[in-house]
Design a binder for this molecule. Structure first.
Ligand code: ADP
Ligand code: MG
Length: 312
């Protein structure tokens, strides 16, 4: 668990973060979102003491971070950043193994862990021997994530880790990371300025502006009940569509099966894709196909629009 209480960081006369409080529960993926310069990186770096704060308190798993030497703290908190920061003269294997080696893991254990992590982030074992210069941006980013996970830290800090990627690689990594998170159950604080990324990944979104938290809640809560005009403004006109992407047709109660002419969709389809299909096909209603291959029921445009208002 990560907890910040009234954290303040000043640079000379300017205040980078001004009384930030937030909690990331165990196993939760919280997104710290906001425009450039609002204090996201400062907040993140205060947690692993890459910067020292001027006021307030930060606890990780119940312990004040001020009580641990920064080096030791960083060995137990994974950290991944946009620029990746791989050591260019070292192989991928050595890069991933940085923290396990610092922790004095046995060689065979380190090698097994590197193989396991490469597989986890979707890279072939042959990548272990490559150098960062031989990797594409997306591959380097995967290695960066593998390195952050290397010592199996319970807490992971990620600062715009997919920011430098082209849209396709970015979307792939986002989806894979969301799955990985569900599987590994780490406590993650993920920084981004990208609204779509935040809504896709976040169990919770902490929205910041000018060094302060404006609203903290599930994407659905921020969408349904924005705490300030800034919230709506920042998320933009597609906020509702992004929220639709978070839910699947089977999350809604289905109505009676429509007639045979209705377009069919799989039960795993997102509400956004279902809506897009209805609009494209000019269909009032779609038939949802269950896992057994039979029609499980129907869904209309109105069901989608009113249903998503009730999701949590
Ligand atoms: P974000 O990550 O949200 O883009 P940052 O946390 O990097 O924002 O920065 C927040 C504010 O603090 C900005 O106004 C930035 O200019 C300022 N700032 C960050 N680091 C320093 C520093 N080392 N010295 C002076 N000002 C800084
Ligand atoms: Mg930043």
């Amino acid at each position: 668990m990560i907890e910040l209480r009234d954290v303040v960081k000043r640079y000379g006369a300017s205040t980078a973060i001004d009384g930030v409080s937030l909690v990331v529960g165990r196993g939760e993926l919280a997104v710290l979102l906001g425009p450039s310069g609002c204090g996201k990186t400062t907040t993140l770096r205060a947690i692993n003491r890459m910067i020292e704060i001027d006021a307030g308190e930060i606890l990780v798993d119940g312990r004040p971070v001020s009580a641990s030497p920064p080096d030791e703290l960083r060995r137990h908190i994974g950290y991944a950043i946009q620029s990746v920061g791989l050591f260019p003269h070292m192989t991928v294997e050595r890069n991933i193994a940085t923290v396990p080696r610092l922790l004095g893991w046995e060689r065979s254990l380190v090698e097994a862990r590197v193989r396991e992590l490469l597989q986890l982030v979707g890279l072939a074992p042959s990548y272990a021997a490559k150098r960062p210069g031989e990797l594409s941006g997306g591959e380097a980013q995967r290695v960066g994530v593998a390195r952050a996970l290397a010592a199996d830290p319970p807490v992971l800090l990620m600062d715009e880790p997919f920011g430098a990627l082209d849209p396709i690689n970015r979307e792939n990594l986002q989806r894979e990371f969301a799955q990985l998170h569900r599987r590994l159950g780490k406590t993650v604080l993920f920084v981004t300025h990208d609204v779509e990324e935040a809504v896709l990944l976040g169990d919770r979104i902490v929205l910041m502006c000018e060094g302060r938290v404006v609203q903290d809640g599930t994407p659905e809560e921020l969408w349904r009940a924005p705490a300030a005009p800034f919230v709506k403004e920042f998320f933009g006109p597609e906020f509702g569509l992004h929220v639709l992407s978070r839910h699947r047709v089977t999350d809604l109660p289905l109505r009676e099966a429509p007639d045979g002419r209705a377009p069919r969709i799989e039960s795993g389809t997102t509400l956004r894709d279902a809506l897009a299909l209805m609009v494209t096909e000019g269909a009032e209603c779609v038939a949802v196909i269950g896992d057994d291959g039979a029609v499980a029921g129907g869904l209309t445009i109105e069901d989608v629009v009113t249903g998503v208002r009730r999701t949590r």
